[in-house]
Design a protein around this ligand. Structure first.
Ligand SMILES: [Zn+2]
Length: 142
């Protein structure tokens, strides 16, 4: 397996971001999947915005935690992001879905760190980057 580049985010900041994502999962509205997910995005100026998954009976309208966190940040005026953490799953961590990866690509450069964790405290946190999660993303040529 290819090694991920080491994150430039200090471990203490990573830990805070992962915990914020875990805490956000407690607010998940997931009556259909019973699969709570939380996310936390760190802006370049040090703000943290969190989100949880919000499901809908019309499944396609459900929102992932990552997109909720990003939309909250953007709607509060943030445009530059330093890192994102996502927390979900018991045995296996929930990595961002393809739709969320594309939304991240709209707002973040490929080197943006993405931390992927299980819901439970402790355990391994996978540090990746947006570029590693979504290589050759659809992007504007402008
Ligand atoms: Zn998603």
């Amino acid at each position: 397996m290819k090694r991920q580049p080491k994150s430039t985010i200090p471990k203490a900041v990573q830990d805070l971001l992962v915990q914020a994502a875990r805490d956000a999962a407690a607010q998940a509205y997931c009556p259909y999947s019973q699969y709570p997910v939380g996310a936390a995005v760190l802006t370049l100026d040090g703000q943290v915005y969190t989100g949880c998954n919000v499901e809908n009976i019309s499944y396609g309208l459900s929102l992932c935690a990552e997109r909720v966190a990003l939309v909250k940040a953007v709607s509060a005026g943030s445009r530059v992001f330093a890192a994102l953490a996502v927390a979900g799953g018991d045995k296996r961590a929930a990595a961002p879905c393809g739709a969320c990866r594309q939304v991240l690509a709209e707002l973040c450069p490929p080197e943006t760190p993405v931390f992927i964790a299980r819901l439970k405290r402790g355990g391994k946190v996978t540090a990746s980057t947006l570029g590693a999660l979504l290589p050759l993303s659809f992007a504007s040529l402008a």
